[in-house]
Design a protein around this ligand. Structure first.
Ligand SMILES: [Zn+2]
Length: 283
């Protein structure tokens, strides 16, 4: 399995267009690496590629990744797996409009919320939409077996009636039948749960929510402590040294955006990585 991290920033990218904070300014000055909104692509056979989320910068992200360029007038992109319905994860669907035969997977509340967009996209070209949480998971062209796992119940702010539903945000476990390689892709998380430990225990690589960096207390961390009394995701990731562990979805408030920061050094000590846009993984 090959995985390309097309984008690694939180919503808005880095720098954010309307932000004058020190980090965004440094990125504009070329002193820190810029990042596009979090998004990735995965394949089991190097021919059929599947997007993990569809960022607003998807056109530029696809243009920057030669493996995703169309060949013989046909795109290698077969579809999209959505982790949630946040604007920064679904806006790129509009970039893909007009391409017939794409398949999109999402959890039931996400599918329902996207109904108006699905109707609009269908007018450009028919796509197939499927429940990512269907019993038994699903198989993607290219030999990838996928299961989705609810990890947070936070609905997007634009949803008018936000009924409680723990399926608003999901993580994906993707297994390559040929190599046995397993990726866990979880760019947004709520509280850390034993289910996450179980998922990562069987994974070769986990790409994880690194939105925030906790600075409170004595235990700085790769993100805000996910639960009271917890030392946060960095401590949780330290329990799984066998897996390659990578933070993504970095907000502009996160010191991990600066490779020279003490935060980066601390995360690296744990063996957790912060990679640039365009990084490729092989599992
Ligand atoms: Zn900023």
């Amino acid at each position: 399995m090959r995985v390309v991290l097309l984008g690694t920033a939180a919503g808005g990218g880095f720098p954010r267009w309307n932000c004058a904070c020190a980090r965004c300014a440094a990125a504009r000055d070329g002193k820190l690496p810029t990042r596009t909104p979090e998004c990735a692509a995965v394949t089991g056979n190097s021919r059929d590629w599947w997007l993990l989320n569809a960022s607003p910068d998807l056109r530029a992200q696809l243009t920057a990744a030669p493996v995703l360029w169309p060949r013989a007038r046909r795109t290698p992109v077969r579809g999209v797996l959505l982790t949630d319905a946040e604007p920064d994860h679904v806006a790129g669907l509009a970039v893909l409009r007009g391409t017939p035969g794409l398949k999109a997977y999402a959890a039931p509340p996400v599918l329902t919320t996207l109904t108006p967009a699905r109707v609009a996209l269908h007018r450009h070209a028919p796509w197939e939409w499927a429940d990512s949480l269907a019993e038994g998971g699903f198989v993607l062209a290219g030999g990838l077996v996928v299961t989705a796992h609810p990890v947070a119940g936070e609905a997007p702010a634009y949803v008018p009636v936000r009924a409680s539903d723990d399926r608003w945000v999901t993580a994906y476990r993707i297994e390559d039948l040929a190599t046995g390689g397993v990726l866990v892709y979880a760019p947004r998380l709520g509280a850390w749960t034993p289910m996450l430990d179980d998922l990562i225990e069987t994974a070769d690589c986990v790409v994880l929510d690194g939105t925030h960096f906790a600075t409170d207390g004595a235990a700085p961390d790769g993100r805000r402590p996910p639960a009271p009394g917890s030392a946060g995701s960095l401590a949780a990731l330290a329990r799984h040294p066998h897996a390659r562990r990578i933070y993504t979805h970095l907000a502009d408030t996160n010191p991990l955006l600066d490779p020279a920061s003490t935060a980066c050094a601390r995360v690296a000590e744990t063996g957790v990585e912060v990679l640039p846009d365009g990084a490729e993984l092989v599992l």
